[in-house]
Design a protein around this ligand. Structure first.
Ligand SMILES: Nc1ncnc2c1ncn2[C@@H]1O[C@H](COP(=O)(O)OP(=O)(O)OP(=O)(O)O)[C@@H](O)[C@H]1O
Ligand SMILES: [Mg+2]
Length: 247
């Protein structure tokens, strides 16, 4: 893959649920190595867009190319293959409650790779070290704090070394200090592993820390986009409303 090539290319995508038009011709291009952030009100379609990019939802119109492959209309077998290269941090910490931390981390490796038992053990330990939670290896999700669950969610999303990671509100529900630690962890993991990402967040501090580029979603399309400082200085009332929440 060429440097600066487009890894995620969303063109004129439309998605409705009955008469609820959510995405109305949305377009976005994420370059290799970039960390792009989406801001937008609750219920505006941010999660719908992420789910469409991994083929969990099926837009009616438009095209979504991920690493050059068209996702819309893709067969399940091909989707499963493509998803090996994509990590997804779900909005609601989607750890398996009946599995302990070790088993939660092993899951994607067993599902998506041919790693043998020794490699699996090594990789799980390495991931836990990266997120600072080696001591939690035998804990059940119910024994973890919200911040610990988010860290394990990150570890699980990147354990198979994906090229792309989609984060849906990775700092939601955390105190500002823990939220900042998670944002810095995301940044450091992305730099370490050369990850290209899209992050949906309401946390402007997170956007400031991780974003190369920020998109503002409203009424089914990106109304504005740009760098953090550029958008912060914007005259647009909706954009201003977002940035004023932060101060
Ligand atoms: N599977 C579904 N079936 C029907 N409607 C859906 C489905 N998923 C999402 N929607 C609708 O699509 C709209 C956008 O939802 P989405 O979850 O993308 O919002 P969001 O921007 O992620 O909000 P939040 O910030 O609260 O997470 C909402 O009106 C929601 O009810
Ligand atoms: Mg959402």
């Amino acid at each position: 893959m060429q440097k600066n090539s487009i890894l995620i290319d969303v063109q004129n995508v439309w998605k409705a649920f009955d008469d609820n038009e959510v995405l109305k011709g949305i377009t976005m291009q994420v370059h290799d190595g970039s960390s792009d952030v989406i801001l937008g009100r609750s219920g505006i379609g941010k999660s719908v867009l992420l789910k469409s990019i991994v083929g969990l939802l099926h837009p009616e119109r438009g095209s979504i190319h991920v690493m050059g492959e068209q996702v819309i209309g893709m067969k399940n077998r091909d989707l499963n293959r493509l998803r090996k290269s994509i990590g997804y941090v779900f909005q609601y910490a989607a750890l398996y409650d009946s599995l302990n931390v070790r088993e939660n981390l092993e899951f994607p490796l067993r599902k998506h790779t041919d790693a043998d038992e020794e490699e699996i053990t090594d990789r799980v330990l390495e991931q836990l070290r990266l997120v600072g939670l080696e001591h939690a290896i035998d804990k059940m999700p119910s024994e973890l704090s919200g911040g610990m669950k988010k860290r394990i969610g990150l570890a699980r999303a990147i354990i198979k070394r994906p090229s792309i990671v989609l984060y849906d509100e990775p700092t939601a529900g955390l105190d500002p200090i823990t939220a900042r630690e998670i944002s810095e962890l995301i940044l450091s993991l992305e730099e370490q592993f050369g990850i290209t990402s899209i992050t949906v967040t309401h946390d402007l501090e997170c956007a400031r820390i991780i974003a190369n580029h920020i998109y503002i979603l409203d009424d089914g399309v990106f109304q504005h986009h740009g760098g953090y400082e550029e958008l912060k200085a914007s005259d647009d009332p909706y954009t201003r409303a977002f940035f004023q929440v932060a101060v």
